[in-house]
Design a protein around this ligand. Structure first.
Ligand code: NFS
Length: 653
């Protein structure tokens, strides 16, 4: 049992790991045992960017290195371990930024198509957000139609990707002091694609060979993700698909149905998912499913697409990253429909033991052995319908070897930046004032973002749970995205009742008054841009300093695995946030590079990285950082509960 628990703390997951073993199906948990990580690559000490290598430049373990040995510990070209480590790190940032950016680009082009009426079945859903964005971007509103305004916005946003000079438009949303820090250090991103291309060039053999310069340039690349590609994706998706508002749904493999056609949609870009949600309610298709002996169609999500559909439609979530193959192992899944990112190639091999169809839909992401059914946005309804039909046709092939774990849990999702604003301040005086006031009076100690992936190198969901519980127990309000949001959802932390059970008295009293859980689901990974907007709103509301780095906030990715997570970490740090990663860290082989990330960055950017694989200790580091910021703001003394009148509020500012 102990060995089993080392794999996951989620009972549905453990049950399906057992079933996979009985069925002879291979899954990630088993592969992680047979394929051990390469210790040289893991610490960032392998350079494989040219054919003179790969060069391995590990420091000798446990003995003092002579100066001469140190001089010789370089790549064939003479690249030092610092350069190699920094290059590897920046390449991860570039890959992560490229992924979020490419997602943002597809959304921007799609947005323009919707605005022009070229994407039938889609429309502008959030007019208020459209107009707000027009104001932010300086697009004329006047008596123009929403469509015309949207066309201008679409063109401006697409231009952000290929721009060659100037600054990305959303950067001017940041606190002024933050913008000054970025300008002073030369890290204001210009065009999103340009930053990625330049990062790839800088890290090419024989180009930038000063690790501090490389890592600083990496901040610019990463900011082009957070305040660029990711933010563009979030903003435009909200306008065409709707800005999330709180919605109740359920999560875990138990959301699959015994007697219906089960379809999981997995990946990241929501345009297909949106249409799938509509098509699965088509009476004609439901009737068709009945002709095959099913009682209906059951759609569920996996990974970040799941977050998107959950927030906007209440579509249940089948699981997070490490559960994708296990959904097939239930034997009850007719189709897993995927687009881009975080899709394991192992799905196809797992599916070979069951009847599940793996359907790829995006021209950029095909998988050998899967069925490719292109999703065409200009013919969205019909292409989604063909996919659903293929799943229905597969229902008759479902075998007898079906076991759906009984576990599922209620959760509330959809706490967008706008929603938090309304919930706290009310529809007519939307504001972060009550949050700031509660931080100042000490009921809420601070805010922590716990985000990112699962990683089979650490027990599935365990670090998240330990960290989040420790934070809320200490009155830290937690906001979550990505697969970590799902981990907390499964554990029952995303319902209002969790406040009473798990939160400290101060946080619990605020949650009770507002009617929110102590752990807020903010969205998919690209929606970490919502957290940037929330921190900015906290600064602008006053009383907590004049920059993001002054706020009593911290961030963490306790079970991260993807390059996107590194890009997110770097833009959080570059935006002034203390950010701690668990599991492992890709620069541990080099002290100089780690020192830059963990210490020097604080002097330059006001935020810094930390690495702490023990989630309890990591939570304590976050709390200590929050307390440090409270002290600097002069709000560290426990305060009496006082009702603020206007004069007092002004005095606070
Ligand atoms: Ni984020 Fe989403 Fe999950 Fe990690 Fe993957 S799904 S974009 S990368 S694994 S949180």
């Amino acid at each position: 049992m102990a060995e089993k628990e080392a794999k996951s703390i989620d009972l549905a997951t453990l049950e399906m790991i057992d079933k996979a073993a009985q069925d002879g199906a291979h899954v990630v948990f088993e592969r992680a045992e047979t394929t051990r990580p390469c210790p040289i690559g893991a610490e960032g000490s392998c350079c494989s960017i040219c054919a003179m290598g790969p060069c391995r430049v590990m420091a000798p373990k446990g003995k003092q290195e002579t100066l001469e040995d140190r001089r010789r510990r370089v790549g064939v070209c003479g690249a030092t371990p610092e350069t190699i480590s920094a290059r590897n790190f920046v390449r991860k940032i570039a890959a992560g930024t490229a992924s979020h950016g490419d997602h943002g680009r597809v959304v921007a082009k799609f947005f323009l198509a919707v605005a022009k009426g070229e994407a039938p079945g889609y429309e502008i859903k959030d007019e208020q957000k459209l107009l707000q964005l027009a104001l932010d971007l300086g697009v004329t509103i006047g008596d123009r139609s929403n469509k015309d305004i949207a066309v201008d916005i679409g063109n401006l946003m697409i231009n952000e990707f290929g721009k060659q000079e100037g600054e990305l438009l959303f950067l001017r949303r940041a606190p002024l002091k933050r913008q000054e820090i970025w300008r002073k250090n030369g890290v204001m991103p210009r065009g999103i694609d340009m930053e990625v291309a330049e990062a790839m060039h800088r890290t090419h053999m024989g180009t930038d060979q000063d690790y501090r310069d490389l890592l600083t340039a990496g901040v610019r690349t990463a900011l082009a993700d957070g305040w660029g590609g990711s933010m563009i994706a979030t903003e435009l998706q909200d306008i065409i698909f709707g800005t999330p508002a709180p919605v109740l749904s359920s999560i875990n493999l138990g959301v699959l149905a015994e007697d219906k056609v089960n379809i999981i949609i997995h990946g990241h870009e929501p345009s297909l998912a949106e249409m799938m949600a509509t098509v699965c309610q088509d009476p004609e298709l439901i009737e068709y499913a009945k002709t095959k002996g099913a009682k209906g169609i059951n759609l569920a999500g996996m990974c970040c697409t799941a977050n998107e559909m959950l927030m906007r439609h209440g579509v249940p979530i089948a699981g997070n990253f490490l559960q994708q193959e296990l959904a097939i192992v239930t034997g009850a899944l007719e189709a897993i429909v995927v687009d881009v990112q975080c899709i394991m190639q192992g799905l196809v091999d797992t599916a070979s033991c069951y009847h599940t169809k793996v359907i790829t839909t995006d021209a950029r992401a095909k998988i050998q052995g899967a069925t490719h059914m292109p999703f065409e946005e200009h013919n969205a309804y019909e292409s989604a319908k063909a996919i659903v039909k293929a799943a229905i046709d597969n229902y008759v092939n479902r075998g007898k070897n079906v076991r759906i774990p009984k576990y599922k849990q209620d959760m509330i999702a959809g706490f967008s930046h706008e929603t938090i604003n309304y919930l706290l301040g009310g529809m007519f005086r939307a504001s972060y004032r009550p949050l700031n006031d509660n931080i100042i009076n000490g009921r809420i100690r601070g805010v922590a973002a716990v985000v990112g992936c699962n990683n089979p190198r650490t027990p599935h969901d365990a670090s998240n749970l330990i960290m989040v519980k420790e934070l809320i127990k200490n009155d830290v309000l937690v906001v979550q995205t990505g697969c970590m949001a799902m981990a907390s959802g499964k554990a029952g932390l995303m319902v209002p009742e969790a406040a009473k059970e798990f939160a400290g008295p101060g946080l619990a009293s605020v949650c009770e008054a507002v009617g929110i859980p102590p752990v807020l689901h903010v969205g998919a990974c690209i929606d970490n841009s919502r957290i940037l907007m929330s921190t900015t709103a906290m600064v602008k509301d006053g009383g907590l300093g004049d920059d993001i780095s002054d706020l009593p906030v911290a961030a963490a990715a306790p079970e991260w695995m993807s390059e996107k997570a590194i890009a997110i970490g770097q833009y959080a740090v570059g935006s002034g946030v203390f950010t701690v990663f668990g599991c492992n860290f890709p620069t541990t082989g080099n002290k100089e590079v780690s020192d830059f990330l963990f210490k020097e960055m604080e002097e330059i950017f006001g935020g810094m990285w930390a690495f702490e694989p023990d989630p309890l200790k990591a939570a304590q580091l976050m709390i200590a950082h929050i307390d440090k910021k409270r002290k600097a703001l002069g709000i560290d003394k426990a305060r009496e509960r006082v009702l603020y009148d206007m004069a007092m509020r002004r005095a606070l500012e």
